[in-house]
Design a binder for this molecule. Structure first.
Ligand code: IPE
Ligand code: IPE
Ligand code: MG
Length: 244
């Protein structure tokens, strides 16, 4: 009677209590399918990005509501510069608008903002705003990491270069601590929408033992219910970390 009859799938309440026990601290999203979503509607791709951006805010809020401490989203990859100029410009405009919104609402939403990726191609004013926002929100509760001009390979190379410049020994811990994600636990669960089953250069180092959830849902059609499904499936998995 309106209840989930599949006993092997934890209910939303069960998931919330498992999350609060610390078994799922970090979810990362590869927000894919904006272009296809727009195309299906005969609209330009940028329309999909704009609708996708509003979904992103809803999903981040929902993850906070169910107690997820860390959310990371793939917003723009090092490879995405290869898209048509007007599409890149529309994504950058959305990101800059979002930064403006965060400057107003990050305190109320208790969001601890962090940008990962190589921000060096962006202008000084943008980087200063990012830095100020990160500093200002550093004590907030819900971590939101935005991957912008992010590539896993690029991140690893930049980390190793930094260590080499300092003449420090290259160990796993030293590399982890030199990545853009230093101090952020590895993602427990990586969710990719739109049917593609690949990493596309996202969190390559950090995903060594992540669980993956793939859905055909296009990102602009993403819902809290789909997050619930990913989370329940995650709690049905056995993470062995190479042990028995
Ligand atoms: C993901 O949607 C958003 C970004 C990569 C910025 P896409 O734009 O890749 O959408 P599809 O994959 O073409 O449908
Ligand atoms: C990955 O999606 C990048 C982001 C979601 C920002 P892409 O659409 O760029 O990845 P590919 O090209 O399908 O691998
Ligand atoms: Mg895509």
């Amino acid at each position: 009677m309106g209840q989930d009859t599949n006993l092997s799938v934890p209910s939303r309440e069960n998931s919330i209590s498992l999350i609060s026990s610390g078994r799922l601290r970090h979810i990362a999203f590869i927000m894919d399918g904006n272009g296809r979503w727009a195309k299906k509607r005969g609209m330009p791709r940028k329309f999909g990005h704009s609708y996708g951006a509003s979904k992103f805010k809803e999903v981040v809020r929902y993850c906070g509501d169910i107690g997820i401490e860390f959310v990371t989203v793939y917003a723009f990859s090092t490879e995405n510069w290869g898209r048509p100029e007007d599409e890149v410009a529309s994504i950058m405009k959305l990101l800059s608008d979002y930064l403006g919104e965060c400057e107003k609402t990050a305190d109320k939403d208790n969001l601890k903002m962090r940008f990962i990726g190589d921000l060096s191609p962006f202008d000084r004013a943008f980087r200063d705003r990012v830095e100020a926002l990160e500093k200002r929100t550093a004590d907030h509760k819900n971590s939101l990491n935005i991957a912008l001009n992010y590539g896993g390979r690029d991140e690893i190379v930049r980390a190793c270069r930094r260590l080499a410049e300092k003449g420090e020994p290259i160990t796993e811990k030293a590399v982890s601590d030199s990545l853009d994600t230093a101090g952020i636990p590895d993602p427990d669960l990586i969710v990719r929408t739109a049917g593609e089953q690949r990493l596309s250069n996202f969190l390559m180092w950090q995903s060594a033992y992540s669980e993956f959830y793939f859905t055909d849902v296009l990102w602009p059609d993403m819902t809290p219910r789909e997050v619930d499904k990913a989370v329940s499936e995650y709690f049905g998995r056995q993470r062995r970390y190479g042990k028995v």
